[in-house]
Each structure stands twice: as C-alpha cells, then as structure tokens.
Design a protein around this ligand. Sequence first.
Ligand code: SF4
Length: 226
Amino acid sequence: MANIHAIYPATEGEGIRIGVPQVFVRFQGCAVGCVNCDSKETWSFQKEQETSIEDIVIKIISFKLNWTSITGGDPLDRHHREDVLELVKQLKAAKQKINIEVTGQSIDEEIFELVDFISFDIKTPSTGILASEKVLSRFVKNYGIKSQIKAVIQDEIDFKFAYKMHKNCPETNITRWVMTPACSLDTPLSMSVFQWILEENQKMGAFFRVIGQQHKWVFGQDRLDI
Ligand code: SF4
C-alpha cells in the first residue's frame, strides 16, 4: 500500500510544463529537509492515506486528464520507490503520460526510463542541501532530452551556484534549465529579487528560463493541493 498525501487535478504552475492540466499524486514522506521547502506538510512518514496502486490508478483515470505528475514528499525515497515503480508501470499500461518531480539527489534508471518527463532539482545553497555535480552530469547525459533542471533561487549565492552547475555540466544544450524565484511561507516572493534574477540571467547569457510559480499568485501561498 502506498503512503499518499493527496491525489487531485490541477494545472501545472511552474517550470516549462506550466499551464498543463494534470493529476498530481503526492507521496507522503520526505527525508531531504530543504530549509525553504514549500510543502513541509509532506515530510512526515506517518501513514496518511494508505492506498493501493490499483485504487490510485482508478482515481487518476476518473479525472480524464492525459498527464499525471508524481511528486511528494520525495517519490524516490526508499519508502516509496517500489510503489512509484508499480504506479508508473500501471499508468503506462493505462496510456497515461507521466511526469515525475525528483530531488536531484539520485538517479533511478528503471523509473526514469519509463516516464515521459523528469523535473530534476538542483539543490541551491539556500536549501541547505548539497547538490552533486556528478549526479547532475550523469542525469543530463542520460535523460536531459526529456527533462528540465530546476533551481530555486533565493539570493545571489543561489544564482551563482546554479550558473556554476550549468557551466560545469557537459551537454547542457540537450535539456531545459529553469530558475524559480523562491516563494514559500517562510520565504515570501520578493519582486525585487525576481526582477534581479531576470536581468542578471539576461546579462549572463540567458542559459536559464526564469519562471515563477503562477499557482501561488492565483490561489495564494498558503493554499495546499493546487
Ligand atoms: S525535497 Fe522537496 S519535499 Fe523534500 S524537503 Fe526538499 S523541497 Fe521539500
């Protein structure tokens, strides 16, 4: 049985798939612990809604949307990994397109081969988590073609770090690199920081797409499951 936080239809609010309606499946539990996480309610591994994979698939299909986004929490955490793999297999059999949002801490070849799109994080210094250049390079080489690399930017240190990761990564052209200005309950969106990121990215050669989180502007920062 999978430990599920929520399953709900919504429109993608960030990254290069912004604007695409899809079903979100959020797994309950994450051990990564980013300081500026915007979904801390998904950290606990205490059982929320224990749901069979078959029932998850039935619920997803009932929304009649083509895409499913598997997220968390951390869907690749060892507590979830086997359930996520089974879910991916059953969704493929049901002809669903699948996006998975991952923390950028590891590569899961079996799951990454099966899904249609991967949103892969660079953990910037403000998250308090160390991103690995080695993991990122291997990911871009093998899965860059069907992915985005996403960095949350809170300040200049984050910005410089994201550019350094991009510069040191081979084959950068085969994937899409995205900067997301930080916006969470602990770190409210700063328009001056947003403007600075836009301008600085242009000056640096514009290797990133800068995309804010529209769902938070439309529904508010404290509304969950949107
Ligand atoms: S990996 Fe995602 S869910 Fe986990 S702490 Fe970081 S931002 Fe939050």
